[in-house]
Write a new protein. Sequence first.
Length: 189
Amino acid sequence: MDYFLSKVQAEYGYTDYQIKLIKFSLTGIFYDLSKTLIFMIYFYATGKFIEFIFAAVPLILLRTKTGGIHLKKYWSCFLFSFAYFYTVINILPALVTVHPLVVYPILLVCAVLDYVIGPILNNRPALAENLIKKAKIESFQVVFIVAVLFFLFPNVPYLIVSLWTIVLHVVQLAIAKIVKEVRYNEKLA
């Protein structure tokens, strides 16, 4: 990769800082794609591929809007993400039965909390106020769409995975906010 980036830098006159940003971005994309591919293979092999899709789609949509916990090392991120998916796909649906009428209040609470807490963007620059508002509204819409899907297709068993994905997203978002505030207060002290 360094050879390729040095050729790009020579050809287009990018600064060292710009090359570092490009390298960081490409590395992040590669890491995310490799994790996703490994997860897809695992959940396909275990017969839970559709459940994985019902977990991954809302999670990706919510994480790109409101952020959450970010780990710095590939393997810690991989293990955390795997535990997250395994929990929402295998553990929570088997452990906790949710009455269909309780789904809507849970999603409403999650939508409001996601709106109030988010976005938590630890590794990205601060967003402008209009972009923050847009991210909040879009994350609210994601949760609303899942609620509509529950209403339209109440007998689709895979939707429970989407519900648990949203619930766990809000929990990790709240944890990320607490961690961020603690770190901020430690810097002030």
